[in-house]
Structures are given as structure tokens and as C-alpha cells.
Ligand binder design. Structure first.
Ligand code: 5GP
Length: 290
């Protein structure tokens, strides 16, 4: 047998914290299954992107379903030839199809919403586009968490979830973020669970995030659609950044330098859309999600 790894006390504490967070996430999901809020199809959809749920045993999922106790779950597993220790992420296509026949995988598995990531240089107008998409109900727009202080016009839970540095650290340790990144001295992250639930319910989800975060989404999900919003010209972007009265001269210079680097990564994205009209960008994004 392999020797257990030698861990420092911090590593041990971190491993315990993670294990406890995973247990909590699974028991929350099981409660939602028990109450009928989530069906088998939705759980399979969540498991496809959430490793904590992916590692849950199939038997635990089945036993949580309303009207399915231990005996029915065990019989079913035998009939479909799923081993008692099989985890959701290890299910084969035939097993999923048989589970589907048993529980009619309720719509969501098949009409799962799409994940669209809108990124691009700071100042290009991402948030105006995102606001339009949210207001017109075209997308479920994710509300990010950030360590940046709220601006006068912003509301907690609406524009962002404003967190302390300690709380942000805690969320990272619990693996609560689908992605997170440092930007201009603050941290920003996408709460994983809300996004997964919205997609499982069939909503198309929009993340309006900076480039490093978009790259992380690409690494986890091949299905995500990555869109780079490009200014009509470099001069246009300079003009937009200059118009931001809240920035000092030095800050504006830093933002421009960053924007120059950000523009260079456009080829990494699936689509590049020029922001010459908000309306046109909105229509293009709706079309992409379809
Ligand atoms: P601001 O502070 O101006 O609201 O946002 C600064 C940058 O952070 C913007 O480019 C915005 O798209 C990005 N951002 C907002 N939320 C997130 C997030 O959850 N993750 C990442 N990676 N970037 C984000």
C-alpha cells in the first residue's frame, strides 16, 4: 500500500476544511433532491461541471429521490448494472440513458442553459451590454463577488456581493468560485453554485468578467461560449477611459497599458464582437446562445 502523503498541519487543516465544505454542498443538494426541487437530470447537469457533486455516489442521489428508499435504489442499481460504489461522474452513456428511462430525466438535462462569457478590455462597455441583457431577460446574469469597495451607486447583492478579503479567502478555500481573478488591486469571482443551478434550470447564463477569469472558464468547460468585446478603434477605447471621471491621471495611464495587453488576447476567444452599437452586440449575443 502507498504511504499516506506527509502533510504539514496547515495542509491537513486545509484538507479538512475542503472535506467539510464538500460534505455541506452534497447534503444541501440531497435536500433539494428530496424536496423535489432538483431532479435526476438537473443533478447530472450540475455534476458535469461541479467536481464535488461529480464525486457523489450514484446510490446517494437515488436514495435522496422522493419515494426511492434504500431498497428500491439498490434494486435499481443492480438492474441498470451500476456498481454500488460508482460515482456520478463515472456513469457511462448507457447507464445515463437507463436512468433517464427510469426517471424521465425531466427537461433540464436536455435543455440545459448555455454559459456565455463576455470579456474584453476594461472600458469597452461590457457592463452596459450585460445590464441590457439582464433587463430584457435574455440571460440570467451572474452577480460576482468582489473585494473592491462599493461605489456610491452600487448595491450589495445586485451589482456585486461585496466581501472582505478574509471572506473572499474563505470562499476560495471552499471552492465556491467557478473562476476568480485579481484585477486592478482587487479580487473578483463568480459564485459557482448559483450559475450551475441557473443553467440546470435551463437559463442561459452570462458572465461579464475580465480576461484571466475567462481563461479559467475555458479550462473547465469546453462548452462555454467565449466572446471578446472589441472597441471599434483604439482611439474609441482611449476616449471611453478618459471619460471615466473617477480615475486619476496615473490610474488612467495604468488602465490604458492594461487594455493594450488585454486587446492582444482576442484570438483566444471563440467570437470577437465589435462594440459599435450596444443593440447590435445584444442581438449578436442572443443569437450565439441560440
Ligand atoms: P469593476 O471594478 O469596474 O466593476 O470591474 C473590473 C473588472 O472586473 C471588469 O473587467 C469586470 O468585467 C471584471 N469582473 C467583474 N466580475 C468578475 C468576476 O466575477 N470574475 C472576473 N474574473 N472578473 C470580473
Amino acid at each position: 500500500m502507498n504511504k499516506p502523503p506527509q502533510l504539514t498541519s496547515e495542509q491537513r487543516a486545509e484538507a479538512l476544511r475542503r472535506a467539510s465544505a464538500s460534505r455541506k454542498a452534497r447534503s444541501l443538494l440531497k435536500a433539494q433532491v428530496k424536496s423535489g426541487e432538483l431532479g435526476v437530470g438537473q443533478v447530472l447537469a450540475i455534476a458535469a461541471t461541479d467536481p464535488v457533486i461529480g464525486k457523489m455516489r450514484v446510490v446517494e442521489l437515488l436514495e435522496s429521490l422522493p419515494g426511492v428508499g434504500k431498497i428500491r435504489a439498490a434494486n435499481l442499481m443492480r438492474r441498470i448494472s451500476i456498481s454500488p460504489t460508482r460515482r456520478i461522474q463515472g456513469l457511462g452513456v448507457h447507464q445515463i440513458a437507463k436512468l433517464g428511462a427510469e426517471f424521465t430525466l425531466s427537461q433540464p438535462q436536455f435543455s440545459r442553459g448555455r454559459l456565455l462569457v463576455l470579456s474584453g478590455p476594461g472600458g469597452v462597455g461590457k457592463s452596459t451590454v450585460a445590464t441590457q441583457l439582464r433587463e430584457r431577460n435574455h440571460f440570467w446574469v451572474s452577480v460576482s463577488a468582489t473585494t473592491r469597495p462599493a461605489r456610491a451607486t452600487e448595491n450589495n447583492g445586485v451589482d456585486y456581493f461585496f466581501l472582505s478579503n478574509e471572506e473572499f479567502d474563505r470562499r476560495i478555500a471552499q471552492d465556491d468560485f467557478l473562476e476568480w481573478a485579481q484585477f486592478a488591486g482587487n479580487r473578483y469571482g463568480t459564485p459557482r453554485r448559483a450559475v450551475e443551478e441557473a443553467m440546470a434550470q435551463g437559463h442561459d447564463v452570462l458572465l461579464e468578467i475580465e480576461i484571466e477569469g475567462a481563461r479559467q472558464v475555458r479550462q473547465h468547460s469546453k462548452e462555454a461560449i467565449l466572446v471578446f468585446l472589441m472597441p471599434p478603434s483604439w482611439e474609441d477605447l482611449v476616449g471611453r477611459l478618459a471619460a471615466r471621471g473617477s480615475d486619476s491621471q496615473e490610474r488612467r495611464a495604468q488602465r490604458l497599458e492594461l487594455a493594450q495587453r488585454e486587446m492582444a488576447v482576442a484570438p483566444e476567444f471563440d467570437h470577437v464582437i465589435v462594440n459599435d452599437s450596444v443593440e447590435r452586440v445584444v442581438q449578436a449575443l442572443v443569437a450565439l446562445a441560440r
